[in-house]
Ligand binder design. Structure first.
Ligand code: PXG
Length: 462
């Protein structure tokens, strides 16, 4: 659809938007001043806005459109299910075929300890479920004093009261009296910021050791669980050293603490395996998922529940007093089934692992010669570029410059959606991306880095 055939002009959309729509994570006044960019359609890895501009969507919507835009089989699955049975609940001893089939398929594609799933409407609701479930588990086992959940600074686990509490974003904690009780945070495994002068592997062991220190300080009999994203996404694509997760697992095992992997971003092929825990070689007791389970075509989330927990809940727990209207929504589950089958049929996980993942790693390595690039790393189809003032010693820009946002501005103007998190430029493109499209992406990134360098020199930030 070109702008000419749209029923309203961009200006009219923007006026109505700022008059009525409170956007998530947004400074409402500055958005009203700037006017929202109105996205009207998409195909493959590209978006179009209401002025007809094309953008390469290197963020997969918001880390979710794994199979790319415009996949007919997902659309057909939704339409068929809506006609047959648009909704029925799973509360009062009822179920619908799509929810049952999806549960069966998830049990097959997740690591073998997972045979059960609890469905939610989003990743945040999934993590709320995790909090209630791990505390319920320890209650049933007669250890109700095991309440504390340990998470990490700069983690993102959602925006509900429990999700934002688990997250380690100080700005979020400052609004609304968070975190809720008995959620504590340790430092993140961010080598470029905290591990200078150490090898990555030595730093990974040290960062995992912070978990053991905290467990000992709290008393192991007070600790219920540890939660982490295999790779921190919203925190800036922080890829931990290879030594980190196996050591975290060893420590959780040593003290009998439940290990939760938040796979909302890393799940469904993003890192080159079905799940991030497989890429990093650890075995969680619970796994939160959302986003890529439906490629974002409709909302769905959930928690994979390991047999250690499921057996206790099922055999000794009685009623688990938790659930959502949309737990197991038939249309969402039908779309998830079509999405996962498409990932299987097109072997998108192998495509990331063997082909475009290594190709993106090479492309990012080629950017290391750029004067602004202090570090460039990838895992599967997640990538981050660290912008620095001086490559020697990774000297950061003054935060007031907002170097990431300057670069992001050039990206938008040049037809590329790339996200800025502080001084890190991050990408997570659809898994269907081709080598040729990665060449296009890399060319656009280089152009935007060059334009950012010109600004930095002109403004004497460098
Ligand atoms: N866990 C993780 C690891 C996430 O990335 C959630 C939970 C919450 O999911 P819902 O579906 O409730 O949003 C997320 C969501 C960003 C950004 O700025 C990232 C997310 C959401 C919004 C913005 O990168 N991730």
């Amino acid at each position: 659809m070109s702008s000419a055939t749209l029923p309203r002009s961009t200006q009219s959309w923007q006026a109505a938007d700022s008059a009525h729509f409170l956007h998530p994570f947004t400074d409402f006044q500055s958005l009203a001043k700037a006017g929202a960019r109105i996205i009207t359609r998409a195909e493959g890895i590209y978006l179009w806005d209401s002025d007809g501009h094309r953008l390469l969507d290197a963020m997969s919507g918001l880390w979710c459109v794994n199979v790319g835009y415009g996949q007919q089989s997902l659309v057909d699955a939704a339409a068929k299910q809506m006609l047959q049975l648009p909704f029925y609940n799973a509360f009062f001893q009822t179920a619908t075929p799509p929810a049952i089939e999806l549960a069966e398929l998830l049990a097959a594609i997740t690591p073998p300890q997972f045979q059960h799933v609890f469905f939610t409407g989003s990743g945040s609701e999934g993590n709320d479920t995790v909090v209630r479930m791990v505390r319920r588990y320890w209650d049933i086992l007669g250890q109700p004093e095991r309440q504390v959940i340990i998470s990490r600074n700069n983690a993102y686990h959602g925006s509900t009261m429990a999700g934002a509490s688990l997250g380690g974003m100080s700005g979020m904690h400052a609004q609304g009296g968070l975190p809720i009780p008995n959620i504590v945070h340790i430092e993140q495994p961010y080598w470029a910021a905290l591990g200078q002068g150490m090898s990555r592997d030595a730093f990974g062991l040290m960062a995992a050791g912070w978990l053991e220190d905290r467990i000992l300080a709290l008393g192991a009999d007070k600790v219920a669980a540890f939660i982490g994203e295999p790779i921190q996404g919203a925190g800036g694509v922080i890829i931990p050293p290879a030594t980190y997760w196996p050591e975290i697992e060893r420590i959780c095992d040593k003290y009998g603490i439940l290990l939760v992997s938040d796979e909302v971003i890393c799940g469904f092929g993003r890192t080159g395996h079905w799940f991030g825990c497989e890429t990093f070689g650890f075995k969680p007791d619970l796994m939160t998922f959302a986003k890529g389970v439906t490629s974002g075509y409709v909302p769905l989330g959930g928690v994979m529940v390991g047999e250690r927990i499921a057996r206790v809940l099922i055999e000794q727990g009685g009623e688990f007093e938790h659930g959502y209207t949309y737990s197991g929504h038939p249309v969402a589950c039908a779309v998830a089934l079509a999405n996962i089958r498409l990932i299987q049929q097109q072997d998108l996980v192998g495509h990331v692992h063997d082909d475009v993942g290594p190709y993106l790693a090479q492309a990012f390595a080629s950017l290391l010669d750029h004067p602004l690039v202090g570090d460039a790393e990838t895992c599967g189809l997640m990538g981050a570029i660290l912008l620095v003032k001086n490559k020697a010693g990774l000297v950061p820009f003054n935060p007031e410059v907002g170097i990431g946002m300057v670069c992001r501005g050039h990206c938008f103007a040049n037809g590329l959606v790339m996200r800025a998190v502080g001084n890190r430029m991050i990408i997570a493109p659809p898994l269907v991306i081709t080598r040729l499209q990665i060449d296009e992406l890399t060319g656009l990134i280089r152009r935007c880095l060059d334009l950012t360098l010109v600004d930095a020199q002109r403004e004497k930030w460098i």
